[in-house]
Design a protein around this ligand. Structure first.
Ligand code: SAH
Ligand code: SF4
Ligand code: F3S
Length: 471
């Protein structure tokens, strides 16, 4: 057991800051006839989406009503991302757009949290150049909101302190955006230090939640009607390290899949070096484990993988894919690729293209390398000029689109079980859902979000499957 991790049972729900905020909200409601609104804008990955749901849960518990419209808010929070330069620029420009709100509504509280503001220099910049920002803190801010908000309501100074704490808050209320699908955090932080990546610096060291807390949460979700659970962590395969001697991720997956009910379990993200035969075996034995594996490759060149500190070779990676497919022939495999890592030669890049042809991914998230200050890769020789990275990126997308179209066309004529998400966002007469392998499927028949439907596939492109409901 790692005793330095504090598992905090209750966030400060009844501490004096929370009581002070609740009193303020009550007085506001009495005066204005409506509850004060809070708005949380999310940037970045599922981890941040999950954290935002916790922040909304805490805000509701404090007496705020939740809105998506920043213009109505009394509390406006930005949950930020730092993974690429573009992500940070975008966040800063969006924060800038809301400067005027503070002028018309001085009582508005604006806070910045998440990965970008975990960095001291970014907080310093917010403090200096964004005088309308009231506070900045880091990721997993939900448990700290009562004191941060109370302190501003009480007229105290703006706050830009953040120290990463080795804490896991349990019992934080969560306001989920969907009733039928849910994220469940199983661990926080990352110990891998891939040389390009800022995440270990902004989200701290790996720490796992207790299995009982995770399983209880899943059981409650299933009882409330959730059909699709995603177990979340930066590297789910290190689940339990430092906490249990003989209980690891495959055990957790098996336990969650053993819960009663009609649901599926997926997980994000797996590091290839830690994705074991045992995990593939457990997946193949558990009917409720979704047939989808996201296994980020990053590069098809073993030389570049070495420079990235990924600690596997391309051949080793391919072997794992083959093992997985031998056990689960229909499994959907997706990945992340970085183009233009420092020192990437034409030959290295060709190896990435070859990797795509060999593995035949169903879908890829591809990124142009973005130097992050403080990471080893940002200091490496051989930074790749933009024009070259852009050209390689286009070639990668072109090849992947061809592969994905081919893979999706193989579904034509087949019946796929789909969890309906509701109306399509782009076409009002069409409904959308996800298959077990997490492919997007469109169909014309009206079905409710959260309902399972069998869809016979008639058409496919690189991005989705299209068909009609069987019944
Ligand atoms: N823990 C997860 C998510 C990491 S961030 C994982 O390991 O897969 C998601 C993806 O962003 C990474 O897989 C990587 O492909 C990409 N990424 C991270 N840092 C990057 C950088 N500096 N430039 C470009 N892409 C980056
Ligand atoms: Fe970043 Fe690597 Fe950790 Fe993923 S495993 S969060 S890419 S350091
Ligand atoms: Fe996610 Fe961005 Fe942080 S990708 S972990 S929100 S840096």
């Amino acid at each position: 057991m790692n005793e330095s991790i504090k598992h905090i049972k209750e966030y400060e729900a009844n501490g004096s800051p929370a009581l002070a905020v609740r009193r303020w909200c009550r007085e506001f409601t009495d005066r204005e006839g409506i509850s004060p609104y809070a708005c949380v804008l999310t940037f970045g990955c599922q981890q941040n989406e999950a954290d935002s749901e916790k922040m909304r849960g805490v805000l509701c518990d404090l007496g705020y009503a939740i809105t998506d419209d920043p213009n109505m808010a009394q509390v406006l929070l930005f949950n930020t991302c730092a993974v690429r330069d573009h992500a940070e620029k975008k966040v800063l420009s969006v924060i800038g757009q809301y400067k005027h709100l503070k002028a018309v509504r001085p009582s508005l509280i604006i806070g910045v949290c998440g990965c970008m503001s975990a960095q001291a220099e970014r907080r310093e910049k917010l403090k200096r150049s964004y005088p309308y920002v009231d506070f900045a803190t880091g990721p997993a801010a939900a448990g700290k909101l009562p004191s941060l908000i109370a302190s501003r309501l009480g007229g105290k100074k703006r706050s830009f302190d953040y120290t990463e704490e080795n804490e896991i808050f349990e019992g934080v209320p969560v306001k989920r955006s969907e009733d039928f699908r849910a994220w469940v955090n199983i661990m926080h932080g990352c110990n891998n230090f891939c040389t390009y990546c800022i995440v270990p610096y902004v989200r701290g060291r790996e720490r796992s939640r207790r299995k009982e807390d995770i399983i209880d949460e899943c059981r409650e979700l299933i009882a409330s009607g959730v059909k699709d659970i995603t177990l979340l962590g930066q590297n789910v395969n290190s689940y339990g390290r430092g906490l249990y001697e003989d209980y690891a991720f495959p055990d957790l997956l098996r336990d969650v899949c053993s819960l009663e009910g009609d649901f599926k379990v997926r997980f994000m993200t797996s590091h290839p070096k830690d994705a074991t035969d045992e995990l593939f075996k457990v997946m193949s034995e558990c009917e409720k484990a979704a047939r989808h594996f996201h296994l980020p490759l990053q590069s098809g060149s073993t030389r570049i993988l070495g420079l990235m500190n990924r600690r596997y070779t391309f051949d080793g990676y391919l072997e794992k894919i083959e093992k997985m497919r031998a056990l689960m022939p229909d499994i959907t495999i997706t990945s992340d690729i970085i183009v233009g890592f420092p020192g990437e030669t034409e030959e290295d890049f060709e190896q990435t293209l070859e990797a795509l042809r060999l593995v035949k991914y169903d879908m890829l998230y591809s990124f142009i390398y973005s130097p992050r200050k403080g990471t080893p890769a940002a200091e490496m020789d051989g930074q790749i000029p933009k024009e070259i990275s852009n050209a390689r990126f286009s070639r990668l997308l072109e090849l992947q689109n061809e592969i994905a179209r081919e893979k999706n066309e193989a579904y034509i004529g087949k019946v796929v079980r789909v969890l309906c998400e509701g109306e399509s966002k782009t076409d009002a007469d069409t409904y959308a859902g996800r298959s077990d392998g997490y492919k997007t499927v469109f169909f014309p028949e009206r079905r409710d979000a959260g309902e399972y439907v069998d869809v016979r596939i008639e058409r496919a492109d690189a991005f989705a499957l299209y068909g009609r409901c069987e019944k």
